[in-house]
Design a protein. Sequence first.
Length: 136
Amino acid sequence: MLSAEQIDETFISLGKYNIKIIDEKKHLKSIAAKKAKEKVIKTVPGFGTVTDPVKMYLREMGLVTLLTREGEVEIAKKIEAGEQEVLRALIDTTTCVESIINLGSHIEQGALRSKYVLRDVDEGDNYIDEVMQTEK
């Protein structure tokens, strides 16, 4: 259970990175309004009224330009930068630091294997290293 101070700290950290806190009731109302708008039949320029949802989807997809290689690379870099920013924000919280310390102690005790904690770890290589480490 989080204390009021920890919750406030989390809200402040989220605010620093312009992360919005969403009220669930308002969010559900906006989703319902969007679904109501989607039920309206759309008119695609140059094609007339389309009543079949599949035809409408295919025609609209034909109007969308695809990404170039450079565009994909740019988006991938933005995603990676965003992930790093989120990780930095998480590490700034005391709750995260405590969790990391707890994970370390579980790994040392053998209750948890490091491959379940680390990302992009090859299972075969790590198992031998873990066995050697525990024998020491």
